[in-house]
Design a binder for this molecule. Sequence first.
Ligand code: SF4
Ligand code: SF4
Length: 303
Amino acid sequence: MDTAERLSVLQINVGKRCNLACKHCHVEAGPNRTEEMSREVMEACLRLLEENPFATVDITGGAPELNPHFRWLVGECAKGCAHVIVRTNLVILLEEGYTDLPEFYRDHRVNVVCSLPHYTAKNTDRMRGEQVFRRSIEAMKRLNEVGYGQEPELVLDLVYNPGGAFLPPSQTAMEAEYKEHLLREYGVSFSHLFTITNNPIGRFGAFLERSGNLEDYMGRLYGAFNASTLESMMCRFQVSVGWDGRLYNCDFNQAADLPMADGATIFDWTGKPMAKQRIRFGKHCYACTAGQGSSCGGATEGV
Ligand code: SF4
Ligand code: SF4
């Protein structure tokens, strides 16, 4: 039995609403989704954080900024944890009511992780919608202006996703390409690039089925299985809280509707030290073990 033994990351998914509706989204997020984490569930997450020594809190969505309690949650997490990650789609930072977020993130020393599926407009817009690339670059400039990607303690990471049913290229090589291209063409810089393998669930899974590519893609994942990624699979060291308080081993299991085996919620755990958790696996897990490995923090091989 595989268990998560050294839980160091508390991931909190605050809802499925998003200002975008990307083709590859495993969460199937979009403007019409209404699932949203309540303040009560967030308070339970904060109690868990107080009682257990998590090194990292990772706040995600949807577009997490759209949750009405988002800023309060970030502020409280930053009081209790030195490393707070927020996953943003960048373009939300240009929307009315959200333009001061770069300063807010800076003031709370948030590690901003931004999805930018490719460094060209054509490839990014094909996955995310028209003009998304141009607006993402504008948002990156705002983040650079307040010090992100410039000062060592203001970390701005980008996330690459393949534009179809193939595995990501080498993370190291892709990071060099992104850095060179984005600086030369747009004058923007960032800290690290994470390459993430598209998981065959959610909207991407539906696309694979519709296009008759699911079997081929799964065959590609099985064929690229790399045993050396097993020790660093992210489910070994994180717990992921869904918008309604249910607990999962990771965000992909949330999307696949595979809650932790005992069906626990955040309210069951609050007030107790965390025990070993059994990890629930499915076929989608092969996306984490193919090639150089994949996780919310990018490639896992050798990590
Ligand atoms: S991939 Fe990210 S930005 Fe795109 S719809 Fe999903 S949550 Fe929103
Ligand atoms: S998808 Fe599977 S292998 Fe990947 S982190 Fe989640 S449980 Fe672990």
